[in-house]
Every structure is written in structure tokens, then in C-alpha cells.
Design a protein around this ligand. Structure first.
Ligand code: BGC
Ligand code: MN
Length: 377
């Protein structure tokens, strides 16, 4: 398995600099309260990878964050190697919702559609902002990557779930773009980053299922938007809400010449109500590696006599951030075919995972998970 540190060759220089920085810090600094943008990756001298929670970076006011680890066997060999997460320790994080929820009972309902929408929005891909820059710029956020209007109550609460691994730069660009975008839409929203540890192939669908389950433990969300980290919406009239039917949001992507690749596509960005997601039994957990899981969801939607709704192509436009194309999972068509009989057995009710770490940073709620590896073929 290639560690994510080495996957992005264009960023090698940057990573090298960070490594030098890490090494210097390691030598000169052992216990201070560390705050700032941290791209974590720590390697011990004898070539055994030091788990992130052991690294000196993970200290908050002198307390090691490892106390936050849940159900994780600290002595196991499954250390949290190589995970590159822009991590920032927030000093005095208040609970993300409580205060706001209390006042909310006395406020009028917000209008269904915000009055601050313009249409086309600017997309910025360079430079990649630092975590500190974003923290200062978005000081209006509440812990966990949450915001809601102050003078009115939004009836439907939205969770944005991002399946994630090894895309730190994309995440920063995404957050830079999305927080103002969602605020302008006057939503009550929270951004969740579901990071898979570095074991085994990526499972986008399982991460989204876990995002759903874990988010609902924190708050009664009404609507889930499942969002690839590399897609930035170009028009603020593309509302991040859940309509009557599941909505495929990323209709027109620049990389696909702003054309829908095929009518049943459900990948990229999609919105499903909490209720419907439960009815559909979430996504299938059987798609490992790139592709297919969204097509299976498309089948589930049809099977349950729901349909995919979409905004017009002129509104549902997205810019995709550049990355190396992942090699598609060659088994996905088989899994897709077999999956048609498994909708009620493979999904939310068959999910096996472990939360390794959960943390409310100012910009997002971060949930690091370990999945049960796929059965060997
Ligand atoms: C894959 C989907 C993907 C689509 C567009 C299909 O072949 O199975 O997962 O969304 O291509 O890239
Ligand atoms: Mn992509």
C-alpha cells in the first residue's frame, strides 16, 4: 500500500519541507502547547511508524489527545500510520449546538430560500489556504464546523458528510469554498469529515454510512449531503437541502464537460433525507476501491420507488479539483449485479467499524475510522 505521504508527487517538495519542520520541532520542542496547521505524519528512527496519537503534535494544553481514543487497542499493531490530516487543536471549543438550540425556540422561522443568493460564485484553487487562515476568516463558525443563522430558526438541519483520505489540500480548498457558500444559503449545517485509516482499499460508501450514524448520535439531522472533497459548487442557487426525493447535485462537472455522463448517475454530491436514507438501508458496504457504490444507490432508489431529482444543468455546476485518477475497481460490475438482491442486508444494518478518534475542530467534525477489511477473494 502506498502511503498517502508519497502519493502526490507534485507535493513532494512541500511534504519534504514539512518533514524537516517536523524533525526540527521534534528535536527542539517536547511539551509546549501546540496550535496551528498540522499535517501529521510521524516516523520513528527505527522505521516503526509512530501512531499519531503518540506524536507530540497531539497535545492540547498539555494533555495528550490519546485520551479521546475510543475502543482502540493502544498496543495493537494497527497504529494510525501515515494519516495526513490538517489538524488544529481549538483551545476553548464550546459545545457546537446547545446554546443556539436554546435560543432557537424564541425565534421566527428562516425563509425557505435565502435572500443573499447571487448565482455564479468565484472558485479559488490557488493558493491553498492554511488552517489558521481559515480559522481566522471563519471565526463566526461554531465548534465542529457548524453554523446556523442567529436571528431565525432553520427547520431542517443539514449534515455534510465528506468521505476522506489523503486529500489535505483539497479539504482546505473545500472548506474555504463551502463555509461561506453554506452560510450565504442561510442553512443550519455541520461539516463532518469521515477519514478512513490507512488500512486496505478505500470504501467511500461505508464512510458515508458511518457519517450518517455518527452524526445522528450528535444531533437530530433531517438531511444528509454526501460530498466528494474535490467538488466545488459554482452557483449558490444550488441549494444544499433535501427535497422530497433524493437529489443528485453534481449534474454538470467541468471535468465531464458540464454534461451528465449517464441518466442514473448518483456520484459526486448527493442529498438524501434522514428518513429516506434509513429506508434505503444506506449505501452498500461491498464496494472497495473506486466506483460502483453510487450506481448501487441509484438501484436502491429505484427499487424503493423513489426517483433521482436534479437541478437544471445551468445551476448544478461544479469544478473538480485535480488529482490522479484512481484505478477503478474491476469487480464493481459484479458486485453491482449481485447487490440487487442484497439491498436489505448490505448497508446501515451490516456496518462494522471502529471510531479511532472523534474531534470537533472549528472547521469540521473529524471522525477517524477503521473498517473491517473486505473478505479476501
Ligand atoms: C462508476 C461510478 C462513477 C461514474 C462516473 C461509473 O463507472 O461506477 O461510481 O460515479 O462512473 O465517474
Ligand atoms: Mn474526484
Amino acid at each position: 500500500m502506498t502511503p498517502c505521504l508519497l502519493q502526490n508527487t507534485p507535493y513532494k517538495g512541500l511534504f519534504l519541507l514539512i518533514l524537516i519542520f517536523v524533525a526540527l520541532e521534534y528535536i527542539f520542542n517536547s511539551s509546549s502547547d501546540i496550535r496551528g496547521a498540522i499535517f501529521n505524519t510521524t516516523k520513528s528512527r527505527n522505521n516503526n511508524y509512530v501512531p499519531l496519537w503518540k506524536s507530540l503534535w497531539f497535545k492540547e494544553n498539555g494533555t495528550n489527545i490519546s485520551t479521546n481514543l475510543r475502543n482502540y487497542n493502544l498496543n495493537s499493531s494497527n497504529s494510525l500510520d501515515y494519516i495526513v490530516t490538517p489538524f488544529y487543536v481549538i483551545g476553548n471549543a464550546t459545545s457546537m449546538y446547545s446554546e443556539n438550540d436554546i435560543i432557537s425556540t424564541n425565534r421566527p422561522s428562516c425563509p425557505d430560500i435565502s435572500q443573499y443568493l447571487y448565482g455564479k460564485v468565484h472558485i479559488s484553487k490557488h493558493p491553498v489556504p492554511s488552517v489558521q487562515t481559515l480559522q481566522h476568516r471563519f471565526a463566526w463558525l461554531r465548534a465542529g464546523g457548524h453554523w446556523s443563522p442567529l436571528n431565525c430558526t432553520v427547520n431542517k438541519k443539514v449534515a455534510i458528510v465528506i468521505p476522506f483520505r489523503c486529500r489535505a489540500e483539497h479539504l482546505l480548498l473545500f472548506l474555504q469554498h463551502m463555509h461561506p457558500f453554506l452560510k450565504k444559503q442561510q442553512l443550519d449545517y455541520t461539516i463532518f469529515v469521515l477519514e478512513q485509516d490507512n488500512k486496505g482499499p478505500f470504501n467511500r460508501a461505508s464512510l458515508m454510512n458511518i457519517g450518517y450514524i455518527e452524526a445522528l448520535k450528535l444531533r437530530k439531522f433531517d438531511c444528509f449531503i454526501f460530498h466528494d472533497v474535490d467538488l466545488l459548487p459554482e452557483d449558490d442557487r444550488n441549494l444544499y437541502t433535501c427535497p422530497e426525493q433524493p437529489r443528485h447535485m453534481s449534474v454538470a462537472v467541468d471535468m465531464f464537460s458540464y454534461k451528465l455522463p449517464y441518466p442514473a448517475i448518483f456520484g459526486g454530491v448527493s442529498a438524501i433525507s434522514t428518513e429516506h436514507f434509513k429506508l434505503l438501508n444506506g449505501f452498500s458496504n461491498s464496494f472497495w476501491g473506486w466506483g460502483g457504490e453510487d450506481d448501487d444507490m441509484s438501484n436502491r432508489i429505484r427499487h424503493h420507488h423513489l426517483y433521482i431529482s436534479r437541478y437544471p444543468i445551468a445551476i448544478a455546476r461544479y469544478t473538480m479539483l485535480r488529482h490522479r485518477k484512481d484505478s477503478p475497481n474491476p469487480h464493481r460490475f459484479n458486485v453491482l449485479k449481485k447487490g440487487q438482491k442484497l439491498f436489505d442486508r448490505d448497508g446501515l444494518n451490516s456496518l462494522t467499524y471502529e471510531v479511532l478518534m472523534e474531534k470537533e475542530t472549528l472547521l469540521y467534525t473529524w471522525i477517524l475510522v477503521k473498517l473491517k477489511p473486505p473478505p479476501t477473494r
